[in-house]
Design a protein around this ligand. Structure first.
Ligand code: ATP
Length: 247
């Protein structure tokens, strides 16, 4: 049985700078408690799709001009990014964006900015450290002096400090060695299974993403050109030929 969708994107169009049509009617769903992957090459529109969902396009002079976005059946395209965080939808941006001069622990604590209860925040920090033991050993290190993998873990850990039910994860594999990518995806899977966090992951590394996702969407030039269960996509001849070498 397919789980009910936690997130539904219905035919969205996105235009940058009032003229550049980048998303040309994108529809997708993320099932409750699932991992879905948005796949495709550079410039396909993966980041734009995630930023449309988390309402982060304004800073990029982009806007959703058609379509709708729903969180458990409720329209969310007019909520601010901060309201979305309070509703449990958090984005981890591409390129990691840890604060270089803060320690790992200080970075994690910035993720709890929408919350007040100190006891809950401390418990959440402990939980992040149980999933990311590497971050615990590096907790007093300045982020600038940690590895790329640790910074990616820090960025995900910081998102988890908002206690989200949906995490939008942009290109977690970027710039990381294959075994570190695997380590990050294993932790994502663990969080998905034990904490019931749903993940929508934009990835160029098709092979890795389809090993961990339940469902995949392949994007090209602002459109979804193929979608299916991750195992079906992995065994699809076109996907093998055009996408599995990537990333
Ligand atoms: P990448 O993996 O490189 O991030 P992507 O699939 O995430 O690729 P997007 O970043 O969403 O793709 O970009 C989609 C298209 O939109 C590209 O053609 C890009 O040049 C264009 N684009 C992205 N941001 C802007 C912007 N702020 N203004 C104008 N065009 C933009």
């Amino acid at each position: 049985t397919t789980p009910a969708p936690v997130l539904t994107v219905n035919g969205i169009e996105v235009i940058y700078n009032h003229v550049i049509l980048v998303l040309k009617g994108v529809s997708l769903q993320l099932g409750e408690g699932q991992i879905a992957a948005i796949l495709g090459g550079n410039g396909a529109g993966k980041t734009t799709t995630l930023r449309a969902i988390s309402n982060l396009l304004k800073g990029e002079r982009g806007e959703v001009t058609k379509g709708s976005i729903e969180l458990r059946g409720e329209r969310i395209e007019n909520l601010t990014p901060a309201d979305l965080v309070k509703r449990g939808v958090v984005q981890v941006m591409e390129g990691r964006h840890c604060f270089a001069h803060l320690t790992i622990e200080e970075n994690l604590l910035t993720g709890a900015y929408t919350r007040k209860d100190k006891g809950e925040i401390a418990a959440n920090l402990d939980k992040v450290y149980t999933y990311f033991p590497r971050l615990k050993t590096r907790r007093t290190s300045q982020a600038a002096y940690t590895s790329g993998g640790e910074q990616q873990m820090c960025a995900i850990g910081r998102a988890l400090m908002a206690n989200p039910s949906v995490v939008l994860l942009d290109e977690p594999s970027m710039g990381l060695a294959p075994q570190i990518v695997e380590e990050v995806f294993e932790i994502v899977k663990d969080l998905n299974q034990k904490e019931k966090v749903s993940f929508l992951i934009a990835e160029q590394n098709t092979n890795m993403a389809l090993r961990y996702a339940n469902y995949g969407y392949i994007m090209e030039s602002g459109r979804i050109v193929m979608d299916g269960a991750a195992d079906d996509l992995r065994n699809n001849e076109d996907v093998k030929e055009f996408y599995l070498g990537m990333g």
